[in-house]
Design a protein around this ligand. Structure first.
Ligand code: ARG
Length: 458
């Protein structure tokens, strides 16, 4: 009956049953119970301090809310769909428990500023967790890099062999992406960490509230400055979801590489058995399910961002019920990103590298052709001319089914008399890698320095 509802006063008819189910959010917003109670505790304390409600009520409210918290955490709380959402479930239980005082809790507050507060409280803790998971994955990448510091692999452009690189350098490329992801999360946290409570339904409140006091209680460095914006802003969630989408894009690129590297054609790496599954029909199969799933889950994280952007698009100020649709995509993004980071951190730590296969692949595809050109430049030839000379020698090799290091001195000299015996030492895989010594290059001394830098930044 409408009379059970906290807002039932102006209604003569009960809510249609299906409407009740259709509009309820309790099934998914119950995860905000802790934040809801924490916010209510701070709000009640402020109401008491300001003399808006009697002190005895604050005590009763605090006591009642603590009991409800305990009931929820021990699974003894009965969530009700007819009470729509977590805010009304808790408030209605509080009034049932402590009577009159419970009914004073909502003074000077609306569910509109309350829900904005709850989401911000929730998301700010989750962002800290996401950052910690990013660190875990960075640690695993550093571990891979250090364990395999001198392993050489082919570097690719267009997925065609380009130049030899250190595998450790490749791992550190992902460290750079993750460092940016973490910085984006931390930057977004600044906009999440602002107190919206006190905006009321949309215009503020007639009571002499002290928002700064509530902010202090709840550890918010700032309060929002416009009541309309406070209840209608979900930018902070969109920012998190967009930073998450970029992060998942990085994981999906890494996934793709791991999947390719695990094929029998590449055989660069072995993912440990614990992170793969077999086939129900083909006995030989070991499938890289984890990277495949993470690659797939990138789609849902992008989808969640698009969903909320679309929900928010063209919404007139201030709160609209549409905005209740913010929670599922946000929660799903948090769960997906944390899960993907965690499983990646564990999988990468255990990944094994097939050193010989990587090295053999790095030696193929004329990967040191640029080194020959650079060699000629050091001997005085202009780079464009050197490029031309080496292009001709590659064409010759293709014809003769030879590799550059297999060319005889006579053959080399037929392309340029500037080429000497020292060419051979200049085009080994190690020479090629270690010659790239400028900041950001793949030379081993550089990679070691970068590992040290990442570690000392943490
Ligand atoms: N469950 C609602 C939500 O998540 C809470 C705010 C409801 N406010 C309202 N005026 N109906 O958005």
């Amino acid at each position: 009956m409408s009379k059970d509802k906290l807002w039932g006063g102006r209604f003569a008819q009960p809510t249609n049953k299906f409407v009740e189910e259709f509009t309820a959010s309790i099934d998914f917003d119950k995860r905000l119970y802790h934040q809801d109670i924490r916010g209510s505790l701070a709000h009640a304390r402020m109401l008491g301090k300001q003399g808006i409600i009697p002190h005895a009520d604050v005590v009763a409210i605090t006591d009642g809310l603590m009991k409800i918290l305990d009931q929820i955490e021990t699974g003894k709380f009965d969530f009700s769909v007819s009470l729509e959402d977590i805010h009304m479930n808790i408030e209605s239980r509080l009034s049932a428990k402590i009577g009159e005082a419970g009914k004073r809790l909502h003074t000077g507050r609306s569910r509109n500023d309350q829900v904005a507060l709850d989401i911000r409280l929730y998301l700010r803790d989750e962002i800290v967790e996401v950052s910690a998971y990013i660190d875990l994955l960075i640690d695993s990448l550093l571990f891979q890099a250090e364990q395999n510091i001198d392993v050489i692999m082919p570097g690719y452009t267009h997925l065609q062999t380009a130049q030899p690189i250190l595998y450790s350098h490749h791992m550190l490329a992902y460290v750079e992406m993750l460092k940016r992801d973490k910085a984006r999360m931390e930057d977004c946290l600044k906009r999440v960490n602002v107190l919206p409570l006190g905006a009321g339904a949309l215009a503020g409140t007639t009571f002499p509230i002290d928002r700064e006091y509530v902010a202090e209680q709840l550890d918010f460095p700032e309060v929002t400055r416009n009541s309309l914006d406070s209840v209608s802003d979900r930018d902070f969630a969109l920012e998190f979801m967009s930073a998450s989408s970029i992060l998942m894009m990085h994981l999906s690129r890494f996934s793709e590489e791991l999947i390719i590297w695990s094929t029998s054609e590449f055989k660069f790496i072995d993912l440990s058995d614990g992170f793969c599954t077999g086939s129900s029909i083909m006995p030989q199969k070991k499938n890289p399910d984890v990277p495949e799933l993470v690659r797939g889950k990138t789609g849902r994280v992008y989808g969640n961002l698009m969903a909320l952007l679309t929900v928010m698009k063209a919404l007139p100020l201030a709160y609209n019920k549409d905005m209740q649709e913010d929670k599922e995509p946000l929660f799903d993004t948090i769960d997906t990103v944390k899960g993907s980071l965690k499983i990646f951190a564990d999988m990468i730590r255990e990944m094994k590298v097939n050193v010989a296969t990587m090295r053999a692949a790095a030696a193929k595809g004329f990967s040191t052709a640029t080194d020959v050109a650079d060699y000629l430049v050091r001997k005085g030839m202009a780079f464009r001319d050197a490029h031309e000379v080496v292009g001709k020698s590659v064409a010759y090799c293709l014809n003769k089914k030879k590799d550059l290091p297999e060319l005889t001195m006579e053959e080399w000299q037929s392309f340029s008399t500037m080429i000497d015996e020292d060419i051979y030492d200049n085009i080994t895989l190690e020479a090629s890698v270690n010659a790239r010594r400028a900041t950001g290059g793949t030379a081993m001394e550089r990679v070691r320095q970068e590992i040290a830098r990442v570690k000392s930044d943490k």
